[in-house]
Design a protein around this ligand. Structure first.
Ligand SMILES: [Zn+2]
Length: 113
């Protein structure tokens, strides 16, 4: 079974294999990002913009704003979590409060939704 990922409710939720696994509203601690000019951004996530799978990682771009300077924007690709066993679809989310480095991607390995 292929891992299926979607965003639901206008990007409020990340769904993996039809289970809602991550709600936005988290603070993400971003380094080497281009959302704003802060070296480290305390980024309040508001909406998932794009979701993709790069096995075993689930990645996404998030719209939100830096609570330090107030600048809003969309991140490059962040690892949101991993599906360790595609059969069961068990998902392990990352800790948003640890340091994350967004990265640019040319294309997604596979994406639905
Ligand atoms: Zn900032």
């Amino acid at each position: 079974m292929a891992t299926s990922v979607h965003q639901l409710d206008d990007g409020a939720w990340l769904s993996v294999n039809d289970s809602r696994v991550v709600n936005v509203s988290d603070l993400w601690w971003l380094a080497r990002h281009d959302v704003c000019s802060c070296e480290m951004a305390d980024f309040l996530a508001e909406r998932f913009v794009e979701i993709g799978v790069d096995h075993p990682a689930i990645e996404g771009r998030i719209a939100g704003r830096c609570i330090e300077c107030g600048e809003s924007g969309v991140t490059d690709w962040l690892t949101l979590g991993r599906v360790v066993d595609p059969e069961s679809g068990r998902f392990f989310g990352v800790d948003p409060a640890s340091v994350h480095v967004p990265r640019r991607r040319q294309r997604l390995a596979s994406s639905t939704g």
